[in-house]
Design a protein around this ligand. Structure first.
Ligand SMILES: *[C@@H]1O[C@H](CO)[C@@H](O)[C@H](O)[C@H]1NC(C)=O
Ligand SMILES: *[C@@H]1O[C@H](CO)[C@@H](O)[C@H](O)[C@H]1NC(C)=O
Length: 292
C-alpha cells in the first residue's frame, strides 16, 4: 500500500520534472523564434516582398504546441534533412549551424524565391513548404522546441495552428482590411485582438464597402462589418459562389432550411454563399451575368 503510493508519487514527480524540463527548454529562445516569425509576417503583409496582405494574423505563443514540438523534435530527422511523416501537417523543422534560432527561421523564409505571388503558392508546395507554413495568414498560434547539440547545429521544430495547408495562403489587399475576429484589429500590418478595453485606442482598418460590390455597417467595438451586400470580413467581396469545376450547379436547389441545418451549415456557407450567406449588390457586375 505504502510502496504503491511511493511508486505512484515517484512516477508523478518524475513526469512533473520531465514537464518542467520540457517547459524550460521551450522557453529558451521563445521570444526570438516568435519575433522572427512575426517580423517576417509583418514585412510580408506590408508589401516588402511584393503585394500586400489583408489578413495576416500575428502569431501568439502556445505552450501546448510547444510541448508537442518537444515530443516531436529529434536530431536525426533534422540531420537527414527530410520531414518525417508527422500526423500533423503543420510543422516546420530545420537547424542552424551557427546555433542561432533566428537564422534557422530565416532559412525557411529563403524559399520565397520559389513563390509566385499571382498564384499565392509555388509550382509545387513541396519546394516552399516551410515558407508557406510561415506566412500562412490564418495561423494564429505557434509553439516550438529546440535541441542545441545536434551534430548539424541547433535543431528547431515549430508547430503551427490556425490555417490549413491549402492555397490561398494569404488574401491580397491593403493590410488588415480582412482581419477576422477575435483578431479584427491592426498592429502595423498584423491582425490582433484589441488589447485595450477602449476600442477607440485600437486600430480598425475596416471600411465595410466597395463600390458596386458590397456595403455594410461597421461595429467599431469589435471592428467587424455587418454586410448588407457583398461578403467577406470587409464586405468587399462579390457575393458569388466559388467556382465548383463541375458540370452542374450544386447550389441551385439549396433551401434556406438547408442553409441553417446543423449538419450542413458550415459546408453550405463555404460553397454556396449566394444562397446561404450574402446578397448581391444591385450594381454588381455578376448581377446581370446570369452565370447560374
Ligand atoms: C542571430 O542572427 C540574427 C540575424 O542574422 C542576428 O541579428 C542576431 O544578432 C544573431 N544572434 C546572435 C545571438 O548572434
Ligand atoms: C550542449 O553542449 C554544451 C557544450 O558542449 C554543453 O555545455 C551543454 O550542456 C549541452 N546542452 C545540452 C542540452 O545537452
Amino acid at each position: 500500500m505504502i510502496l504503491g503510493t511511493c511508486l505512484g508519487l515517484g512516477i508523478l514527480l518524475n513526469s512533473f520534472v520531465t514537464l518542467l524540463e520540457a517547459l524550460s527548454l521551450t522557453n529558451e529562445g521563445l521570444e526570438e523564434v516568435l519575433n522572427a516569425h512575426n517580423n517576417i509576417r509583418r514585412d510580408f503583409a506590408n508589401g516588402r516582398y511584393g503585394g500586400t496582405v489583408a489578413n495576416m494574423g500575428k502569431l501568439r505563443w502556445n505552450s501546448y504546441l510547444a510541448s508537442r514540438a518537444e515530443e516531436l523534435i529529434d536530431c536525426i530527422n533534422v540531420e537527414d534533412g527530410h520531414n518525417p511523416d508527422f500526423s500533423e501537417d503543420q510543422i516546420n523543422q530545420g537547424f542552424s549551424r551557427s546555433h542561432n534560432l533566428t537564422m534557422a527561421v530565416q532559412q525557411w523564409f529563403l524559399e520565397i524565391t520559389h513563390y509566385i505571388p499571382e498564384y499565392g503558392t509555388c509550382l509545387t508546395t513541396d519546394i516552399c513548404r516551410h515558407f508557406l507554413m510561415m506566412i500562412n495568414a490564418k495561423h494564429h498560434s505557434i509553439g516550438c522546441a529546440s535541441l542545441p547539440n545536434c551534430s548539424a547545429g541547433t535543431a528547431l521544430l515549430c508547430v503551427y495552428r490556425g490555417g490549413e495547408f491549402i492555397p490561398p495562403f494569404v488574401a491580397p489587399g491593403s493590410p488588415c482590411k480582412k482581419c477576422e475576429r477575435p483578431s479584427a484589429f491592426c498592429e502595423d500590418g498584423l491582425c490582433v485582438p484589441c488589447a485595450s478595453t477602449r476600442h477607440s485606442e485600437c486600430d480598425c482598418r475596416k471600411t465595410c464597402r466597395r463600390p458596386n460590390i458590397g456595403y455594410g455597417d461597421l461595429d467599431a467595438h469589435t471592428c467587424t462589418c455587418h454586410c448588407q451586400y457583398g461578403m467577406g470580413p470587409n464586405c468587399d467581396e462579390d457575393c458569388v459562389n466559388p467556382e465548383q469545376y463541375l458540370d452542374f450547379d450544386i447550389c441551385a436547389d439549396v433551401t434556406q432550411a438547408e442553409c441553417h441545418s446543423f449538419m450542413d451549415r458550415d459546408k453550405l456557407r463555404e460553397f454556396c454563399p449566394e444562397q446561404c450567406v450574402c446578397r448581391k449588390h444591385p450594381g454588381s457586375p455578376s448581377m446581370s451575368g446570369g452565370t447560374h
